[in-house]
Design a protein around this ligand. Sequence first.
Ligand code: 16G
Length: 247
Amino acid sequence: SILPLEGLQSPSSGPLYLKLRQTLEDAIQSGRLGHGAALPAERDLAEYANVSRVTVRKAVDDLVRDGLLTRRQGSGTFVVKPVSRVQQPLSQLTSFTEDMTRRGLATRSEWLERGLFHPSPEEMMMLGLAAGTMVARIGRLRIANDLPLAIERASLSAELLPDPDAVTTSLYAALQKKSARPVRAIQRISACNVKEPEAGLLAVPVGAAGLSIERISYLASGRVVEFTRSLYRGDAYDFVAELTLGD
Ligand code: 16G
């Protein structure tokens, strides 16, 4: 069997759930439970290991909290696939779709928000909106090769993007078609700890390291195109900048 669960009841000291946790962790580290593999049902694990379901749940909860397992609503518990880190140059103004396509990764998005709204005071200020102008919001969970990497929420003046529903894949490609693709941006990156509900969306444990990124991008004319707030997984990105000696 994949899991050597027989010896769990041996008289060696320590709580039973920690022993079960260790057994599961060993099976994951050794590859016997491969990345993406489904964990047997709680009931079956309890039966094989001859422990209560409460003990199984505690062991599994521990591994979910530490990011080794993930629960998917309605389908079960799975071994987390480790992400290979994306090396992202900081000097180029590229889009998520372009970045991932260039790396040969299949991208998709889950929509969190899309439509025209009355702007918040912050959006009015950041986008320099005249009174009465609506704002287009594009909120997405961004996924590459089935791994959620980032949550991005972009706000644009409705004058630039009157039909946000028409954006189905790439925002920058949609802007390009209207000759409104940004050519310059200011980006701020800061460290954070991921909370709920974002942790669930990004499939990371609560408290995991994240990168909070704000981007304001501009047209050549100096007009603001987008104000974007993003939350990137800290274990998925290395931002790399070239530095030169200044004068
Ligand atoms: C990048 C940008 C985001 C932009 C998006 C467009 C960051 C850190 N990055 O992810 O501002 O909205 O690309 O991507 O904010 P798309 O063209 O694939 O929709």
